[in-house]
Design a protein around this ligand. Structure first.
Ligand code: NDP
Length: 445
């Protein structure tokens, strides 16, 4: 049995109850076959065995009191996956679906993504099965305080620097930061995505969505093309989706769809982003409200048709994992979609992504295409260390440069391994190489 096959079998045996982690690990390991089987050093040093096992997993109780005075208990997690190239870095997700397997898959992806940014950040991820939806601000605050009351002892500006993810935006980062500062009596850059008056970076809010569009733009440029006149479908209506849509419009494209967990809207004339922002960022409402305001838009509930059925040139899944399945991939291809860029983490199933690639769609995997968020988080860390703030334009330009570099890195790597256009392989190998050489140089740890 080859080295990679042995590791895959072992990962399957040890993590049978973690399907998302298995999916992410297998995809990466398959890509690495050509690298690790060329050079015995990886097997001799047990590099893959170490790579698939988190350095540390922290799981903790989060007790808090709801508005009616009842005690609630949630589970908190932080998976510190790999610190070979820098402090652990990765978001916190608050969503009822969160479990250890999901946090491990996200932390694993984060290792390669962070490496691709070219910045010195290791991989980690955390979160809780707490659902901020429908909770009062006071409940969210008490939960965040309780969460940080345990997490604070495991993180630090040179150890582990969490950020936001699904269900964790500016409000939650504020409450988490406040509690950390109070307990430690230290004002430190221990979280990113902070408010602009207390250490946050301009353009961090926009960064993941903008970065996604910048990498797709670079691909288009290479084809002598641009976003001008392109029709785009986007899923999700949160942080990543909204700012991806904003940049698409700025570059002359037209976004026609958005979704939330209840359903999706189609507005063929082009979405009105002000309405979306009002519903989602101000009122914290549902996407269905959009169709009550814009009468020429159509709302469809989950289960009655798929957002990917809409014929578009470019699809940008920006909600959650495994939301674009093989049947959706087939529909996109049939309808002439040319590019799929992942804003979310692993939104496309493995068979879906392979189908897209095999059928002439440029498929840019999340670990490359959504790396602008964490890249800009690293820029926020640099500003905190310098105790300076850079302008929006400066940060945005650096973000653009990071995304352009990532595109050429994954494109060149795919070509180097005789798989031009295979950006899954390109991203996995390019991300891996830097982490692997750091692990080799630092000894068996
Ligand atoms: P938000 O919480 O701001 O938005 C998430 C959006 O996705 C909401 O519209 C939400 O709908 C929808 N959604 C979440 N879970 C599900 C589900 N199970 N089924 C259907 N819809 C769902 O999160 P972000 O925009 O920050 O994150 C979106 C994705 O991007 C995630 O995969 C995240 O890991 C990834 N990502 C985020 C980064 C960031 O900087 N924020 C960086 C890199 C990746 P509803 O409101 O109904 O819950």
């Amino acid at each position: 049995m080859s080295y990679v096959d042995r590791i895959i079998a072992d990962v399957e045996k040890k993590n049978a109850d973690q399907p998302e982690f298995l999916q992410a690990a297998k995809e990466v390991l398959e890509s690495l076959r050509v690298v690790v089987e060329r050079d015995g050093i990886y097997e001799q040093t047990g590099l893959l065995e170490r790579l698939v096992e988190p350095e540390r997993i922290i799981q903790f109780r989060v007790p808090w009191v709801d508005d009616s005075g009842k005690v609630q208990v949630n589970r908190g997690y932080r998976v510190q996956f790999n610190s070979a190239i820098g402090p652990y870095k990765g978001g916190l997700r608050f969503h009822p679906s969160v479990n250890l397997g999901i946090i491990k898959f996200l932390g694993f992806e984060q290792i390669f993504k962070n490496s691709l940014t070219g910045l010195p950040i290791g991989g980690g991820k955390g979160g809780s099965d707490f659902d901020p939806k429908g909770k009062s601000d006071a409940e969210v605050m008490r939960f965040c305080q309780a969460f940080m009351t345990e997490l604070y002892r495991h993180i630090g500006p040179d150890t582990d620097v969490p950020a936001g993810d699904i269900g964790v935006g500016g409000r939650e980062i504020g409450y988490l930061f406040g509690q950390y500062k109070k307990i430690q009596n230290a004002f430190q850059g221990v979280l990113t995505g902070k408010g602009l008056t207390w250490g946050g970076s301009l353009a961090r809010t926009e960064a993941t969505g903008y970065g996604l569009v910048y990498i797709v733009e670079e691909y288009l440029k290479e084809q002598g093309d641009s976003f001008k006149g392109k029709t785009v479908s986007i899923s999700g209506s949160g942080n990543v989706a909204i700012f991806a849509a904003q940049k698409v419009f700025e570059l002359g494209g037209k976004v026609v769809t958005m979704t939330d967990s209840n359903g999706w809207i189609l507005h063929e004339a082009g979405l009105n982003l002000d309405t979306i922002k009002e519903i989602k960022l101000v009122k914290r409402g549902r996407i269905s409200e959009y169709a009550q305001i814009h009468k020429d838009a159509v709302y469809t509930e989950v289960g009655k048709g798929r957002v990917w059925d809409v014929p578009v040139d470019i699809a940008l899944p920006c909600a959650t994992q495994n939301e674009l399945e093989i049947a959706d991939a087939k529909t996109l291809v049939k309808n002439g979609c040319k590019i799929v860029g992942e804003g979310a983490n692993m939104p496309t199933t493995l068979d879906g992504s392979l189908y897209l690639q095999e059928n002439g769609v440029a498929f840019i995997p999340g670990k490359a295409s959504n790396a602008g968020g964490v890249g800009t988080s690293a820029l926020e860390m640099s500003q905190n260390s310098e105790r300076l703030s850079w302008s929006f334009e400066e940060v945005d330009q650096m973000l653009n440069r990071i995304m352009v570099n990532i595109f050429h890195n994954i494109d060149d790597t795919a070509k180097e391994y005789d798989k031009p256009g295979d950006y899954i392989l390109g991203a996995n190998i390019a991300g891996f190489k830097k982490v692997a050489s750091a692990m080799l140089e630092q000894g068996i740890l």
